[in-house]
Design a protein around this ligand. Structure first.
Ligand SMILES: *[C@@H]1O[C@H](CO)[C@@H](O)[C@H](O)[C@H]1NC(C)=O
Ligand SMILES: *[C@@H]1O[C@H](CO)[C@@H](O)[C@H](O)[C@H]1NC(C)=O
Ligand SMILES: *[C@@H]1O[C@H](CO)[C@@H](O)[C@H](O)[C@H]1NC(C)=O
Length: 318
């Protein structure tokens, strides 16, 4: 009969629709579960993590036998393991002596670094060096300047500083997003108050001159100064840089303090290590001060500060 032909077509049609909807719904459900897990874990949806990268600033404490049980030889594996475990793609270290640079490079295959010994601009004295995962970042440019009245001259102390201080920086291309970014890394003087204030002005000036703030800029370091201080205010007020801790989308994790003393259980010190970023180009997904310890010892007398960053918008690509 002619209507049974139509019935078969209708039944087949309805069955096909039911089947397709079921497949669609199941599929959606699977996706939803994956996404939900990620959101539950982080509070931020997966898509912002796709192109994000993790960065750190870490004063690793220079190698000295005055440190006894906390001397570098006994903790170098902990420092490297911490950096590896927390999966930093880009990090700045402070106080790294040439032998410590050598150890870090050896312990962290896949990383390249740039820095200059502060005493001679080559291989003498502490480095404020930048390490970057070379599979992720390509080095385009680099340089070091001294925190002094003569920034181009290696080994010169500035103002009332106790020792020579430097800022080393890199211009990188992110191989994932093809974006350009700059990372400046420094260590301010621990004694000279004028030196810290002038260093902040100098760095802000230099960053402006080098980047014009037309690309994402990250400034990390041990600034030897709290958030309620002139140098901190000079950085925040006179540049496009902001404190990553104030921008983080998942609330800050860990103590405010970044001064560990090495010994678990002792009172922590001030917050003096920071990650500053330009918020118009960078989102801060996470921000933490990491207190990992081992047998009652922290791996350094500072805690590392970690941030997960995601580049917001297209910036110029050259
Ligand atoms: C930055 O550039 C301006 C204009 O070229 C110059 O006057 C100033 O001295 C520069 N500052 C630094 C720190 O290089
Ligand atoms: C910002 O820079 C100007 C000019 O160098 C300076 O006079 C002012 O004190 C700076 N602001 C802060 C908060 O340091
Ligand atoms: C950390 O600093 C914030 C302000 O930035 C403050 O609200 C909070 O109470 C501080 N936490 C601790 C443990 O001191």
């Amino acid at each position: 009969m002619w209507w049974s032909g139509i019935s078969i077509i209708v039944v087949t049609f309805v069955a096909a629709i039911v089947l397709m909807s079921t497949i669609l719904i199941l599929n959606r459900k699977t996706n939803a579960i994956t996404t939900t897990t990620k959101i539950l874990r982080t509070g931020i949806s997966e898509k912002y993590y796709k192109s994000s990268f993790r960065m750190m600033t870490y004063n690793i404490r220079f190698d000295t036998d005055r440190d006894g049980i906390n001397q570098w030889a006994f903790r170098k594996d902990r420092v490297a393991n911490l950096i590896r475990y927390h999966a930093a793609d880009l990090f700045g270290v402070q106080e790294a002596l040439p032998n410590q640079m050598f150890d870090l490079k050896n312990a962290l295959p896949g990383f390249e670094w740039y820095g200059a010994g502060r005493d001679d601009g080559k291989n003498k004295g502490e480095f404020s060096a930048v390490f970057y995962r070379s599979e992720r970042f390509e080095l385009l440019d680099k340089n070091t300047f001294w925190l002094s009245e003569t920034p181009e001259r290696p080994g010169i102390k500035g103002w009332d500083a106790d020792v020579t201080r430097v800022c080393s920086w890199v211009k990188l291309r992110d191989r994932y997003t093809h974006q350009i970014l700059y990372h400046f890394n420094t260590h301010f003087d621990h004694i000279g108050e004028i030196a810290r204030r002038e260093s902040a002005h100098l760095i802000v000036d230099r960053i402006y001159n080098i980047t014009k703030f037309q690309a994402p800029v990250i400034l990390t370091g041990d600034f030897n100064t709290g958030p309620d201080s002139d140098p901190y205010r000079a950085i925040i007020a006179n540049s496009s840089l902001e404190d990553a801790k104030d921008l983080t989308e998942i609330p800050h994790y860990g103590p405010n303090s970044t001064w560990s003393t090495f010994f678990v259980g002792q009172d922590l010190g001030d917050r003096i290590d920071y990650i500053f970023v330009t918020s118009h180009y960078l989102r801060v997904l996470q921000h933490a001060v990491l207190t990992d310890s081992d047998a009652q010892h922290y791996p350094s007398d500072h805690f590392p500060v970690l941030a997960e960053l995601s580049i917001k918008s297209q910036t110029h690509i050259n």
